[in-house]
Design a protein around this ligand. Structure first.
Ligand SMILES: [Zn+2]
Ligand SMILES: [Zn+2]
Length: 340
């Protein structure tokens, strides 16, 4: 049997037992060493999103303990003993989005379930998971804490790819919580000429400064840099952030909408300014397999190691998952990891 954490209501989580998963021929069995707690887990535990009971957790890293027949000794496929980061997103391959290669937008995501019918949204807060070999990415000698950041890093790789950002670009990031900080780390590593950080929180601005942001500013202060940026990433989808991002752009600039906005929010932008100054606004969401390859490359190479270390807020054993979720729901954190 293996343990799996199930969120059963606001502020309630329990450890259940499940039969040990058996990998299919194209799957690997991964012993989970760490699973990051993301926005979804915070919202489920705090009661902002009510969908119970649910086995959450989708930012998983661990060691391969068994390999299906079809992928054993296959070049490129992870082998027994290797540390991997795992992509839990299902992609149907048949819908119009998948056919265009835009698998992050798959119209038919397939959910899973535990043996008692409890729905899984990841189900990574557990001892062991089975994952398709093609959705696991070897992380070499990287620390497991870094490997557990594979999913958010794949989202950032996706964001960066769709942004078209290049070495030499002047970059601004609106919102430097965890996802903003990963954007900061990645765009610096990519050779951005400057990367500025905009946030309403003093603490987050100070942390970003310590993480080598070229400049930090409140949203009001940032307006002094209007027209100075090539690419602006919005990781804080709050009213006013799209307008601020557009005003920060130089002609030919790009605004990337990474963070979710309130559903009923409407923004005011000047379409003629977008036209005359060739401003591009791009929505980005989730990740695709090629983004995982980049994310795993960042992890494995150590290119972002110092940044990733600084973003581990705390680590808990699986038995202490309630403490981990309580911390995440009650205070601003970067990443809290659970497992082992
Ligand atoms: Zn996530
Ligand atoms: Zn699809």
């Amino acid at each position: 049997m293996v343990r799996v954490a199930v969120i059963t209501g606001p502020g309630r989580v329990e450890i259940r037992e499940e039969p040990q998963p058996v990998p299919e021929p194209d799957e690997l069995l991964v012993a989970v060493d760490a699973c990051g707690l993301c926005t979804l887990e915070r919202r489920l535990f705090s009661g902002e999103k009510r969908l119970y009971p649910v086995a959450a957790g989708h930012e998983v890293a661990g060691r391969v303990v068994a390999v299906g027949d079809a992928v054993r000794d296959l070049a490129g496929a992870p082998r027994i003993g290797e540390l991997v980061t795992a992509d839990f997103l299902t992609r149907c391959g048949s819908c119009s989005a998948c056919r265009r290669g835009r698998t992050a937008m798959c119209k038919r995501p397939q959910g899973g379930a535990l043996s008692d019918g409890t729905i899984t949204m990841g189900g990574g807060l557990t001892d062991m998971v089975k994952v398709r070999a093609r959705q696991t990415w070897a992380c070499g000698d990287a620390p497991v804490e870094h490997a557990a950041m594979g999913e958010p890093l794949a989202c950032v790789a996706h964001s960066i790819r769709l942004s078209g950002v290049r070495a030499g670009d002047r970059v601004a990031i609106i919102g430097v919580g965890y996802m903003g900080r990963l954007h900061l780390a990645a765009t610096r590593a990519l050779g951005a000429a400057s990367v500025g950080a905009v946030d309403i929180s003093d603490v987050r601005r100070q942390d970003a400064r310590r993480a080598n942001a070229s400049w930090v500013a409140t949203p009001d202060e940032a307006l002094q840099r209007a027209g100075d940026q090539d690419v602006v990433f919005v990781t804080a989808g709050v009213p006013g952030s799209l307008e601020l991002a557009v005003s920060l752009c130089d002609a030919g600039g790009t605004v990337v909408l990474y963070g979710a906005f309130p559903r009923d929010h409407r923004a005011t932008v000047d379409p003629d300014a977008l036209h005359h100054h060739e401003i591009t606004v791009v929505g980005v969401y989730s990740h695709e397999p090629e983004d995982w390859r980049v994310a795993a490359g960042w992890i494995r190479s150590g290119a972002l190691a110092g940044d990733l270390d600084a973003l581990v807020t705390a680590r808990f054993q699986l038995d202490a998952v309630a403490d981990a979720l309580t911390l995440v729901a009650g205070s601003p954190v970067y990443r809290v990891l659970v497992g082992g």
